[in-house]
Design a protein around this ligand. Structure first.
Ligand code: 13P
Ligand code: ZN
Length: 259
C-alpha cells in the first residue's frame, strides 16, 4: 500500500471515528467521512476514472475518503489502512486513486458532489461526515416530519441553544438510493444553506471545517432529537420554545439573519 502522511487529517478521522463508535451512531460499516485537501501529486492519465458528475470546483484538488465497508470502531483505533487519497483531474471530469485504501465508500458520488458545492459556496468547510443515529432516523417515521421546516421547528425548539448553533435549521432529502448520484446532488443543493442534511430513513450528513466540527453540529441536533423522544416516551407532547422567544435569542446573538 502506498503510504501518505496527512497527520492532522488522519487524527481528525481517528478522533471522530472513536466518538461515532462510542455513541453507536455508525453501526457495523455504516457511515463514511471525507476531507478535502490541496493535493501535491499529479494524477497520471492512465489512472483516470470517469466521475459520475462534473466537479469543476474540485479540479486539481484531492479528497481523503473512508473505504467502503470500513468500521468506525476500527478507524478509531488505526485510521491509515481505512482511508484512501483520491485526486481529481484538472478537467474536473475524472478522478484517480493515489494512496491508501483502494476501495472508496459507495457514497463517493455524494462526497464529490458536496465537496464541489462546498468549495464554491463555503470553502472553509472541508469535512463531510455521514452516519446513522437511531434518534434521527426515527424522526423520519413521525407523520408530517417530511420536510426541513417542520423538523427544524419541532426539534431545534426543544433546547435553548440548538437554534443558536443551527440558526438556518437542518436540510432534508427524501429517500433516495444509498450511493446514488441523486442523493448526492440533492444534498449538495441543501448544503448551500444548511450544515446538516437529514437523509430520510437513512441517516445524517454533516459538514464542518473539520470532522470534529461537523460532529459538534450533529451532536447538537441529536441531543434535541433525544429530548423529543424522551418527552414522547413519557407521554408528553412537546411544546417547544415559541418562535418569538427563538427570534429574541437569535437577535441577542446577532444570528437572526440566518434564521
Ligand atoms: P460505505 O461503507 O460504502 O461507506 O457505505 C456505508 C453507508 O453508510 C452508505 O450510506
Ligand atoms: Zn449510510
Amino acid at each position: 500500500m502506498t503510504k501518505f502522511s496527512f497527520a492532522e487529517q488522519l487524527n481528525d478521522f481517528k478522533i471522530t471515528s472513536e466518538w461515532l463508535a462510542r455513541r453507536g451512531w455508525s453501526e457495523a460499516a455504516g457511515g463514511n467521512m471525507s476531507i478535502r485537501i490541496d493535493a501535491l501529486t499529479k494524477l497520471h492519465e492512465d489512472d483516470h476514472i470517469k466521475l459520475p458528475v462534473e466537479v469543476p470546483y474540485l479540479a486539481g484538488k484531492a479528497v481523503l475518503l473512508t473505504g467502503s465497508g470500513t468500521r468506525a470502531r476500527e478507524i478509531g483505533e488505526n485510521p491509515e489502512p481505512h482511508i484512501g487519497l483520491f485526486k481529481i483531474s484538472d478537467d474536473g471530469l475524472h478522478y484517480g486513486w493515489i494512496a491508501g485504501n483502494h476501495n472508496p465508500s459507495m457514497e463517493l458520488p455524494a462526497h464529490f458532489a458536496i465537496h464541489n458545492a462546498l468549495e464554491r459556496h463555503r470553502p472553509e468547510d472541508k469535512a463531510i461526515l455521514h452516519t446513522h443515529p437511531a434518534s434521527l432516523i426515527s424522526l423520519c417515521h413521525v407523520p408530517g416530519f417530511d420536510n426541513s421546516k417542520t423538523i427544524s421547528d419541532n426539534i431545534l425548539s426543544l433546547q435553548s441553544e440548538a437554534r443558536l448553533i443551527l440558526p438556518e435549521g437542518i436540510g432534508f432529502v427524501e429517500h433516495e438510493l444509498p450511493g446514488s448520484l441523486e442523493l448526492g446532488l440533492k444534498s449538495a443543493e441543501q448544503l448551500t444553506r444548511h450544515h446538516l442534511v437529514l437523509w430520510q430513513y437513512h441517516g445524517l450528513l454533516a459538514t464542518g471545517e473539520t470532522l470534529a466540527g461537523a460532529f459538534d453540529k450533529l451532536e447538537v441536533f441529536e441531543k434535541s432529537a433525544r429530548v423529543y423522544w424522551q418527552l414522547r416516551a413519557a407521554g408528553i407532547d412537546p411544546v417547544g420554545i415559541s418562535e418569538a422567544e427563538t427570534r429574541k435569542t437569535l437577535a441577542a446573538f446577532g444570528r437572526l439573519n440566518r434564521y
